[in-house]
Design a protein. Sequence first.
Length: 202
Amino acid sequence: MIAYIKGSLEVKANEFVIIEANGIGYKVFVPFSTMQNLGKEGINVKLFTYLYIREDVMNLFGFLTQDELGMFELLISVSGVGPKAALSIISSLSPSAFALAVITDDAKKLTKAQGVGAKTAQRIILELKDKIKNEQLSYSSGRNIDQERTEENGSVASEAISALMVLGYSQAEAAKAVADVCDDNMDVEAVVKNALKKMLKK
């Protein structure tokens, strides 16, 4: 409904900011990582937003990047994970680090976020890995040069593709981006970061 808000940063509080756009002040809840990078009050900012609506709640959440927004949407799709827990995870992990934690079953990394216990971390990994599997099953079995190049680079490329799929990219998009940036001397996180940068430039 509201894709993003662009306007003057009027207020920075503990958990939210107020952005004035066209004479209207929008109260937007943001992760700590976003709050740190927004800058001082009075400057113009742009936040990608998600309108969260329940029976007795209607809150607006904001993020500096579309990857963080995608991560938020994935997290709140997991049973038992609400916006507060999602913001906590985003505050402690970058999208690439989060994706790697999911595909490598690193529940301990997720539990570093405040309010996220071991059971919740395991549920996040289980449900989001299933989403990746479903994506792979629905994907065409046709092959192309980009896929062959990523296979030649082995498990690093394969894990990087899975990490990008956790963030909502299709297998085709992920394979192409990884093929363009993957190098024998790079680890998985470096490949994911470079692939994200390449896709965001488009």
